[in-house]
Design a binder for this molecule. Structure first.
Ligand SMILES: Nc1ncnc2c1ncn2[C@@H]1O[C@H](COP(=O)(O)OP(=O)(O)O)[C@@H](O)[C@H]1O
Ligand SMILES: [Mg+2]
Length: 229
């Protein structure tokens, strides 16, 4: 069974009297353990697709099979628990809570799952160690560099062991050094078996993945394996 199968996914937004067709029949299959980049220019529909892949939104038409279950027509109340269990999100702007330290930010998804305080602490510490931030547990976001904040966000994404990590322009707000560090972490996670979907407009960034799916004007126009030198 494929991890993810999109079948003719469409998404349109009503703008005044007109329907703006942002996704025009996107189909793709993703297997467990893949590292895929979804690449396209600004406005091509990447974030719209990311929201659908991440069960943050539903398509206007088409089927989305996530681990065999069609989630395309589910209501938010059914979508939310699927999202919490199956997807780890990484956003361009980190989306950390400023009042919480790194450990508390990473522990939050475990808190929502009802994990004990002891388990939250040990698993969040372990996730922060995995991203090289074992010595920054008690720093708040404004006491961390951008690259470190994104690494906290990655720790938060992996702490629940979700089958999929979904990252939208994860290096978009970072300088090239911090961006390379973040990409290095994704590569290591992928080597350890983690499925990673990364959304980017940047071809150099996309080439860190094993496969690049190119999207233009709401359509998939290419899907190519990357050969790593
Ligand atoms: N909520 C919305 N309502 C109306 N139009 C939208 C909405 N979200 C995105 N769009 C439009 O859809 C197109 C694709 O947007 P988006 O998915 O954010 O592209 P990308 O992430 O590739 O830059 C853009 O033209 C954008 O203006
Ligand atoms: Mg976008």
């Amino acid at each position: 069974m494929a991890l993810i199968e999109l079948d003719q996914i469409r998404k349109s937004y009503k703008m005044g009297n007109e329907d703006l067709e942002v996704l025009q029949g996107v189909s793709m299959t993703l297997d467990q353990g893949e590292y895929v980049a979804i690449m396209g220019p600004s406005g091509s529909g990447k974030s719209t697709l990311m929201h659908i892949l991440g069960c943050l939104d539903v398509p206007s038409a088409g089927h989305y099979y996530l681990l065999g279950q069609d989630v395309a027509k589910l209501q938010e109340s059914r979508l939310a628990p699927i999202r919490r269990k199956q997807i780890g999100f990484v956003f361009q702007s980190f989306n950390l809570l400023g009042a919480l330290n790194a450990l508390e930010n990473v522990a939050l998804p475990l808190l929502y799952q009802g994990a004990s305080a002891h388990e939250q602490r040990s698993r969040a510490t372990e996730a922060l160690n995995q991203v090289g931030l074992g010595d920054r547990l008690h720093h708040r976001p404004n006491q961390l560099s951008g690259g470190q904040q994104q690494r906290v966000a990655i720790a938060r994404a992996i702490v629940t062991n979700p089958p999929v990590i979904l990252a939208d322009e994860p290096t978009g707000n970072l300088d090239s050094h911090a961006g390379q560090e973040v990409l290095g972490i994704f590569s290591r996670l992928h080597l350890a078996g983690q499925t990673v979907i990364m959304i980017t407009h940047d071809a150099q960034v996309a080439h860190h993945a094993d496969r690049i799916v190119e999207i233009r004007d709401g359509n998939v126009v290419a899907s190519q394996e990357v050969t790593h030198a």
